[in-house]
Design a protein around this ligand. Structure first.
Ligand code: NIG
Ligand code: FE
Length: 416
């Protein structure tokens, strides 16, 4: 079994603690070990702690096949991107320019642009073209520390294209040249309403297709928003997903407060995402249901809108995760950039932001027992930063703060 030792890291940010979401004060606590080491056998971590202790307990580790001297560098858990739309074809930079001139996102969508433009290109693209585009985006995400990523369908709005997208996601993780990033597939059939069609028609098609598409997915999702799918329509989509064995997520309260997050909590869903608008009742419902709040600050950044009120959610005892929302509107593969926005724009502490893109993001994918922190028995997924502290995720701007990435015990990007 190949083994790997990372030793003498200036700082080991283990994010140790329960394999569960960290809420309230616990969101802001991360264990930092100076002169740290991680010893891995095969895909798993055997020990994480001070270098002298790891070497004393596991003397064989000093002769590991791969020994990385991480002097002057920080080691953190592999980052978890728990909300992304990485499969799409076509280019929307023209709409970016138009939005910069003042045209609102919803106006572009209503005249057949936005999501609907991506749908036209994605319908026309072959499996191979979509897979190539996905792999390029995954390469960029990996280089910036992402080791697990959620991947939604949603640029089909018909059964055959939604199936094609989910098959592309599956193919990226299959075979000898599988991508190192583990993907978590989500069915997002109800993502928009094509021109000439109605929301009810899309909901009907989504509900009918869900049992056939569910074997390719782990979650169901819906764009619950005024002018897209209302609460009753969203409920139908999500309940059809649950009936087919899928766990529940939703795009909720992105552009206004409609009640989508409360719906997710009522259904016992895993996460409600966006949440740029909220009220006390929603926060209480999510806390009671144990639903994770996923913030996607790249989207209000590009739309020049209000950010989620992170301080209010954390004070309300809801576990907060942050993700990229990678899509052709918010074209961002970088969790370090999300960390930066979380700290500067949403006023999260750096420790809260680290928890948000590691263990809490893992919880938003029901994988906190496998990933999201550095502890014996978990998958050996790690990022080695160029700088000596995890703070470099947000402190060192405009480049890539990640020096090397280890996935399942192997160096898969960069190096020392
Ligand atoms: O999360 N809000 C809905 N869906 C995506 C945007 C997708 C797109 O514009 O292509 C989001 O922001
Ligand atoms: Fe999204």
């Amino acid at each position: 079994m190949p083994n790997l030792l990372i030793r003498n890291a200036a700082e080991l940010a283990t994010v140790a603690g329960p394999d569960a979401a960290r809420a309230g004060a616990a969101q802001g606590q991360v264990e930092l070990i100076p002169d740290g080491a991680v010893y891995c056998e095969g895909e798993r971590i055997v020990a994480a702690g001070p270098t002298d202790e790891v070497l004393a307990m596991h003397p064989q580790s000093a002769q590991a096949e791969t020994v990385l001297d991480a002097r002057g560098r920080a080691v953190i858990p592999g980052l978890v991107d728990c909300h992304a739309h990485p499969v799409f074809a076509g280019d929307r930079s023209d709409e970016y320019a138009e939005r910069l001139r003042g045209t609102p996102y919803m106006e572009i969508l209503k005249r057949g642009g936005g999501i609907l433009k991506s749908v036209r290109h994605t319908r026309a693209a072959s499996h191979a073209e979509l897979l190539a585009g996905l792999r390029e985006r995954l390469d960029r995400a990996l280089a910036q520390g992402t080791t697990t990523l959620e991947a939604k369908s949603g640029y089909g709005l018909d059964e055959s294209t939604e199936r094609k997208m989910l098959e592309v996601i599956r193919a990226a993780n299959a075979g000898a040249d599988r991508h190192p990033i583990d993907l978590v597939p989500t069915l997002l059939f109800a993502h928009a309403v094509p021109q000439g069609s109605s929301a009810d028609e899309v909901v009907k098609a989504a509900v009918e297709a869900t049992p056939r598409l569910a074997p390719l997915a782990e979650y169901v999702d819906v764009f619950c928003e005024r002018g897209i799918f209302d609460i009753a329509q969203s409920r139908k989509v999500l309940e059809a997903g649950q009936a087919a064995g899928l766990k529940v997520k939703a795009h909720a309260e992105e552009l206004c407060l409609l009640g989508g997050a409360k719906l997710v909590a009522d259904l016992g869903g895993t996460s409600a995402d966006h949440l740029c608008f909220t009220d006390d009742a929603t926060i209480a419902a999510m806390r009671q249901a144990g639903t994770v709040a996923v913030f996607l600050p790249g989207t209000p950044f590009v739309l020049r809108m209000a950010y989620s009120d992170a301080r209010r959610w954390i004070a309300g005892g809801v576990a907060v995760a942050c993700a990229t929302d990678l899509n052709p509107n918010c074209y961002c593969e970088s969790l370090p950039f999300v960390f930066t926005l979380s700290v500067y724009e949403m006023k999260m502490t750096p420790a809260e932001a680290l928890v948000a893109i590691t263990i809490n993001a893992a919880t938003a994918l029901d994988r906190a027992h496998e990933i999201g922190s550095l502890a014996a028995g978990k998958l050996a997924d790690m990022a080695i930063l160029r700088g000596p502290s995890y703070l470099h995720l947000g402190y060192h701007l405009g480049g890539n703060p990640v020096q090397a990435v280890v996935k399942r015990g192997r160096v898969v990007s960069g190096g020392l």
